[in-house]
Design a binder for this molecule. Structure first.
Ligand code: ATP
Ligand code: ZN
Length: 292
């Protein structure tokens, strides 16, 4: 029988929703072996001192704050909304979305100041309350649990505060976003007591090191190329890589082989510049894990 182990760290993740697949993939990519059947409420990792609980995402900040679990993976939007005593440890680079203020496209409203005295419907009442209070705009926040986008058309509210990723749901309901309440993505959060417990914090640090290895790897490409020897200094300065590039002689003294890691965000510009400098035989590969 599967049992929770008192010595093990406990991690809560979303059981079935938008974050579930990416979260499981991340955990598996960092080498954790566990079962995740639909009916299952928790699972022991076979090769790491941690148990995973599968729960509704809304409950995760509370479970972490109360110490039911040590760690949770959840959207930042829910952590901020819950206003609980938990610590954000690391953004995980998936589940990106934005909590936005939106109004009917034909409302003539383009600034949140124009919403003074209006009703604002949302599933994020705390975040919404704070957003308007910080700007000294008095609004009447109407908490709604689902289908917030429909409320302006029903005459329930003049504006909404809702999560947007592609914006297609807003468009479908003739709404336009006019301001940003919060940029969100999936994050890992911890109970502060677990962080100050020596045994638990050392396991948490092991887990975070693995996460960093996977997340940094996704930011870089590994590039191998041949560079004309007289361009070597220029090319080395162009892309110092993680320290300095690895330079190897080739059979032809006119050419050197250069290996380096290039950040994804400057990758295409770097490749264009390398081509201009005469680099040839440029091979690019993904990096699975990276520890710097
Ligand atoms: P649960 O059944 O676990 O309560 P849910 O229906 O409340 O799930 P999901 O819709 O699965 O929640 O969303 C989980 C998280 O995914 C959100 O809290 C948010 O961080 C993120 N997310 C990313 N894009 C979007 C989006 N377009 N709309 C809603 N959430 C999004
Ligand atoms: Zn939920």
């Amino acid at each position: 029988m599967v049992k929770l182990n008192g010595d093990h760290l406990k991690l809560a993740i979303q059981k079935d929703g938008r974050l579930t697949e990416d979260t499981r993939n991340l955990l598996r990519t960092v080498g954790l072996q566990f079962d995740a059947y639909k009916q299952r409420l928790f699972s022991n990792c076979r090769n790491f001192p941690m148990d995973i609980l599968f729960v509704r995402d809304d409950d995760i900040p509370e479970y972490v704050a109360e110490g039911v679990v040590d760690l949770g993976i959840v959207g930042r939007n829910l952590m901020v909304e819950a206003e609980k005593n938990v610590q954000e440890l690391m953004p995980l680079n998936y589940g990106q979305c934005t909590l936005m203020v939106a109004v009917p496209a034909d409302s003539g409203i383009s600034d949140v100041k124009q919403l003074a005295g209006c009703k604002v419907a949302t599933s994020y009442p705390n975040s919404t309350q704070r957003f308007f209070a910080e700007r000294d705009i008095p609004v009447n926040v109407i908490p709604i649990s689902g289908s917030v986008e429909i409320t302006p058309a029903l005459g329930v509210a003049a504006a909404i505060v809702d999560l947007v990723s592609t914006g297609s749901s807003l468009k479908l309901n003739d709404l336009v976003a006019i301001d940003t309440v919060l940029e969100s993505q999936s994050i890992i959060i911890a109970n502060p007591n677990s962080l100050s417990n020596t045994h638990k914090s050392s396991i948490i640090e092991r887990l975070l090191t693995r996460f960093r290895g996977v997340l940094s790897a996704a930011e870089y490409k590994y590039v191998m190329m041949n560079v004309p020897s007289h361009e070597l200094d220029y090319v080395s300065n162009l892309m110092p890589g993680l320290k300095s590039p690895t330079v190897l002689p080739t059979a032809d003294p006119e050419w050197m082989a250069v290996h380096t890691a290039i950040r994804e965000d400057v990758f295409w510009e770097a490749i264009e510049e390398l081509k201009r400098r005469g680099a040839q035989g440029i091979l690019v590969s993904s990096i699975e894990k990276m520890f710097v």
